[in-house]
Design a binder for this molecule. Sequence first.
Ligand code: COA
Length: 597
Amino acid sequence: MAAALRILLLTHSFNGLAQRLFAELAADGHEASVEFDIADSVTEEAVALFAPDVIVAPFLKRAVPESIWRRHLTLIVHPGIVGDRGPSALDWAIQEGEASWGVTVLQAEAEMDAGPVWASREFPLRAASKADVYRNETTTGALAAVREALARVPEWRAGRWQPRPLAQIADARGRLRPSMRQAERALDWARMGSAEILARIRAADGFPGVADALFGQPCHLFDAHPGQRPAGCEDAAPGTLLARRDGALLRATADGAVWIGHVRRADSPHPFKLPATFAFAAEVAEATEAAALSKLPATLMAPAGADPAALGYRELAYRETDDGALGVLSFEFYNGAMSTAQCRHLLAAIGFARGRPTRVLVLDGGAGFWSNGIHLNTIEAAPSPADESWANIEAIDDVCLALLGLSDRITVAALRGNAGAGGCFLALACDRVWAREGVVMNPHYKNMGNLFGSEYWSYLLPRRVGEDAARVIMRNRLPLLARQAAAQGLIDDCFGADRADFAAQVEARARALADDPGLAARIADKARRRAADEAEKPLAAYRAAELDMMRRNFYGFDPSYHVARYHFVLKSPQSWTPRRLARHRELGWRARAASAA
Ligand code: COA
């Protein structure tokens, strides 16, 4: 490991990349603290308090003040290749179909993103949304590049190493590009084919979306997927809405169709991202009534011999290995948020899987997120957010209960992506929990306005880590790396260098479980343990106690949860850095730091 450094993470918000760096750098032995980029004077104060060896800025929306970078080494993580400059790095790369892209760590100077280069990484650019690439390849590359840069700090201080000024990097492919405007994102449905429309919406996902219109109403589009025109719609004019499935709408392009999963209607009382059919509920109902919009049923399991890809966009997918020993249930819920309806669909899918004669059932969630618990946006948009919170928590609890009740086979939660709040505890309802290297878990609720939480966490968490560790995890409210979670016994294992490697290893390990001659004994053991636990304290009692506390969160006199949810959904700017992150603001940390040194 490189020399331990005192690192201030200066960031617009504690986003996934900032969480990963914070947890990884601390695990590397550095002392990391976080300050949100709120105002120059606040940053100056943080720097004065913490006296960092280096400031690392993983996610900023404005330039670092000169008063900081002139006096303190400040490294910026830019989500672009060497030489790329500007605030829409990934947007341009995705929209223009770059074959490869990258991430650069550079030193802050007067011109934004133009300082000397400390380290960089490149990767092949997948056809995926900006948010998905950012959470995966960009985050992995950023961590490697930041580690490389930090290892150079002592040499740089000693004058033995210098970062490369951009002007001297002859092979720098990147260039200065402006902020991408909506005019450059605009969709021409009459002329553009599906590939171009997909690229444009993906380049703008999760923010800012592409300004367009549905049902004649202005809105921003997100969450686009390839589609096919259904039978009878071959001649529909481009731009026509053809069908709906789950929360998504199928729209004709010049050469086919695309699914639009989410929209934001700025002109509505709920100006935040919602499932498309939810945001346009009245229009969808009217069009369906007039037989102008058909509901296309989703197929959960592809018929034998059929190509699953031909089934098109669907949130839930179930498949089995050829010998039928292993079932795999995926749930691709946008942003990992699970609404009441989505929980009920998932419950039905688990019911279907239960009826199949498999020995092991793998729940591999979504590629981006495994789950982030109840759907705070649909709750916020409901006529009564309290009632909808209640319905949603009951629905997700039912999913947990169904998993806990799968007594005739082994269940595995395979976390391809991050999991947060109720989504973490949902995973713990499985017999085995495996996570990909680099996955970040947030196994706590209190950041959402002191939410007590349900999902049988009061049974599942102590069962895995013991009462004391459970209390610490819940109280710390910090992101936990998958390998730390495995070391603590919160999950069973962490492996797989990337998504493909993880998927291959999950299948091999699940197969080994299914083929293990000791499987029957394992299943019997599981049933025995569950029965013993039930005799000691029934699951219904855990649920009732949790829901009793949740009732206070939803309907009680303290509105903290409703206030926190509102700010989360509306993405209100941060006005201060929480103390659990801004360690330099803890009273007495200096004394502790000095005695530890
Ligand atoms: N409901 C609705 N949307 C959610 C969500 C939820 N439960 N959890 C995350 N999202 C959305 C975010 O709003 C964001 O939307 P965007 O596409 O408009 O940017 C997106 O998912 C990614 O979330 P973000 O917060 O940027 O990801 P992160 O990696 O920085 O942080 C979490 C992950 C889980 C820590 C954070 O998203 C979070 O606290 N989520 C809420 C969890 C929760 O309290 N659930 C309810 C109790 S069970």
